[in-house]
Design a protein around this ligand. Structure first.
Ligand code: MOS
Length: 737
């Protein structure tokens, strides 16, 4: 059986199916569910970074009218902060303070304002110890972690002999690049509403992973995961900080139990800096060796990043260096320094974003040292196979990305001499970099139901963190089912639905589309089989291959008058619906192919030579990212990634007080992110890439690749404009004067 050609809705720039609800306020976010008898939780956070709570006085808080409970380590129920996978949490089990901003108490009241006021009245006396806050001052304690970096890879790895590779090089670049702590700042803060119904817990949670939150909360509370239901219909951005259930999630559940009422706990913007992760500071050493004609002989990328004293997060900055360029001698490593801060976490392209700043800046430095065009240098070291795994690529369009990007940008008009291009008094710089991000996929399931009225409902746990899951899965489902999109409703965001992975690692489109595609196909086949085996059907006895499914009807390929509708088939059989479930998972393609998305980033900057101000004025990003499920949402994701990268390059920097470990710019007035005026016209293009191996639909995932290479392209453009090589992000004006 075929689906008719006119029904290839996958790829079309369909408007968001949830767009109307979002702009009219009808889309319900996790803090917006109307729950009867709702109480409000406000957490108390530690004012020191390390030590003990010596005394805590809650009397005044408890006397505030409407206060239902003040929970601290003195009266909290028993729980485990470690069980259930994911981050180690702090859930009021003892008087230890591990970082500034740690939740050390929670006040619950009948109104938010009363809870806030009461929380301010809690008096705490600390036994303060000297914290380690500054990574540079503690580099002597850097260690090679036991843990793995993503894809179960060791933190250190080498091929060949790096010493020899560097020794034999005619040209060398050996530099150190640094990136600061950054915070995610999704529009929607973390929010959890906890509702107990007997021994069953319902959580409305702002999360990138409802099933992971379910496991974590069940583990911490010591109850069966089946007793916990997590719902998350809309998420106002995640970027990685909602990829783990943090301490406030089980705390909301514990508080709700204690007061015997539903509790809503929303973190304020200031509370988003500390207890819910951040991108760690990195110090990266890159050594490149090359022959006179620009062939890499050595590539060394060594990263140091911070983690907490109680948990481990490795920012895998050197991961891409293992596969991005052909080179006989590659050495990569990751070391950690433990600091008295919260645990850092995934932030949009963790490792690839921060690491590509270093490596792609170094490649530009090498291009200048060799006097070779930076694109040409990359082409001379083009990896035809994965140099680490020694596997062929499932697909790779990077050559086309360089070519198309350069053409669109007008790269051949570039005078490579720094400071040579001007617009009046302004210095103009053009820079480029390679983008790459791995193609991830995890097991995912879906259920498709074709209803008696000829509509369909498809369900799959999952999340829509603003990326467009509702929309693209509606398209995938419609195509598989042979129905118009208007007749298909796709539902997600409930652990009662079929299981799916966390929306991290850019894997939701690839993982969930595989399941939705299979479930849709299966449901359509079931309807077809009903028709083919039914004497009363006009399609009785014909070959399945000769039947086309389109717009909710089946008809014979060469005789479209021989037809009937899904609704007609179900009615004749007295069926209310036909249902199919599919469990999709990756197979052995992982062992046979190396799977990555690639791209090229081209940036133009305009630098004011008097003030050092850098403006990004033009951008061309070209990507090979497999099959595009929706041209509009895909474009938005890629643009969003580039904008995130502009922030990383020029603005974002979480500043921490070195004495008490407190973030001093914990709000959107002081923590700068790009606004419209900072973002130029970004041109995003993609190569028509058909990848038959990655997954059934050939989807590579686009949530993160956009940021990769972005900061380097800007740093390289700034060098081209000014002759100043800034190796320390963000590139603020003080560094250019
Ligand atoms: Mo993304 S940082 O993998 O949520």
């Amino acid at each position: 059986m075929n689906t008719g050609d006119t029904n290839t809705v996958v790829g079309k720039p369909l408007n968001r199916v949830d767009g109307y609800l979002k702009v009219t306020g009808g889309a319900r976010y996790s803090a917006e569910f109307p729950v009867a008898k709702l109480a409000y939780g406000v957490t108390i956070q530690s004012a020191i970074a390390k030590g003990k709570i010596a005394a805590i006085d809650t009397k005044a808080a408890e006397q505030v009218p409407g206060v239902l409970a003040v929970i601290t380590h003195l009266n909290a129920p028993k729980a485990s902060g470690e069980k259930g996978g994911g981050r180690k949490l702090q859930v009021l089990q003892d008087n230890t303070v591990l970082y500034s901003g740690q939740h050390i108490g929670i006040v619950v009241a009948d109104t938010f304002e009363r809870a806030m006021h009461a929380a301010s009245l809690v008096q705490i006396r600390y036994q303060e110890e000297q914290p380690k806050i500054n990574m540079r001052e503690n580099l002597a304690q850097a260690y090679l972690p036991q843990g793995k970096i993503p894809r179960n890879e060791p933190p250190d790895k080498s091929h060949g002999d790096i010493t020899q590779g560097l020794a034999t090089a005619a040209f060398r670049v050996e530099q150190t690049y640094t990136t600061p702590v950054e915070n995610h700042n999704p529009m929607e803060p973390h929010a959890t509403t906890a509702v107990w119904q007997g021994d069953q817990l319902l959580l409305y949670d702002a999360t990138q992973g409802i099933f992971q939150a379910q496991q974590k909360v069940a583990g911490v509370l010591g109850i069966e995961p089946e007793k916990v239901r997590v719902m998350s219909y809309y998420v106002g951005g995640g970027f990685g900080c909602k990829g783990s259930a943090w301490s406030h999630v089980p705390l909301a559940a514990m508080a709700a139990k204690q007061v015997n009422r539903p509790v809503k706990l929303v973190l304020g913007r200031i509370q988003m800096y500390g207890p819910v992760g951040f991108r760690p500071q990195t110090i990266q050493q890159v050594s490149l060796g090359a022959t006179r004609d620009g062939k890499l002989t050595a590539l060394r990328h060594a990263g140091i990043s911070q983690t907490s004293t109680f948990d481990e997060f490795i920012e895998p900055v050197a991961k891409s260096a293992r596969m991005i360029y052909a080179c006989p001698h590659i050495e990569t490593s990751h070391h950690l320094v433990q600091l008295d801060t919260g645990t850092p976490t995934f932030m949009r392209a963790p490792g690839e974003a921060s690491g590509s700043f270093a490596l792609e800046s170094a490649m530009d430095e090498l291009a200048y040292a060799l006097n070779i065009d930076p694109i040409e240098l990359r082409l001379r070291n083009y990896a035809e196979i994965d140099p680490d795994k020694k596997l062929p690529w499932s697909s790779k369009s990077l050559r086309e990305c360089y070519r198309i990007g350069a053409e669109k940008f007008g790269w051949q008009k570039r005078n490579s001499k720094p400071g040579s291009m001007r617009d009046g008094n302004y210095l103009i710089g053009w820079g480029m970099a390679t983008a790459t991000y791995p193609t991830n996929r995890s097991p995912a399931s879906a259920i498709a139901q074709i209803m008696a009225d000829g509509t369909a409902v498809v369900r799959s746990g999952s999340q829509d963190i603003g990326t467009g899951t509702y929309t693209v899965m509606t398209q995938v489902a419609a195509e598989a089912l042979g129905l118009p999109v208007e007749k298909v409703r796709f539902e997600l965001g409930d652990t009662k639905m079929p299981e799916t992975p966390v929306s991290g690692g850019s894997q939701t489109a690839a993982s969930v589309s595989s399941a939705v595609h299979l479930a849709g196909n299966e449901a359509r086949s079931k309807v077809l089989q009903l028709a083919l085996s039914d004497r009363n059907s006009p399609l009785y006895g014909v070959n399945a291959e000769d039947v086309i499914a389109q717009d909710g009807s089946l008809f014979l390929k060469n005789k479209s008058s021989q037809t009937e509708t899904y609704a007609g088939i179900l009615a004749r059989h007295g069926l209310k619906m036909i249902e199919a479930r599919a469990d999709a998972k990756p197979g052995e393609e992982k062992e046979k192919y190396s799977m990555h998305a690639f791209g090229s980033q081209f940036a133009e900057v305009r630098v004011n030579p008097d003030s050092g101000e850098v403006r990004v004025t033009r951008w061309v990003g070209t990507f090979g990212v497999g099959r595009i499920l929706n041209a509009k949402t895909a474009r938005s994701q890629l643009i969003g990634g580039i904008v995130y990268g502009i922030g990383m390059a020029l603005m974002e920097h979480t500043v921490t007080d070195p004495h008490r470990g407190r973030v001093v710019n914990a709000d959107l007035a002081e923590y700068h992110v790009p606004v419209n005026a900072d973002v130029p016209n970004i041109e995003v293009l993609w190569v028509d890439e058909r990848d038959p191996y990655v997954n059934p639909l050939g989807v590579k995932g686009i949530g993160e690749i956009g940021i990769t290479g972005t900061a380097a392209a800007i740093a390289n453009a700034v060098y081209h404009a000014t002759g100043k090589r800034i190796r320390d992000l963000p590139i603020t004006l003080d560094k250019l004067l």
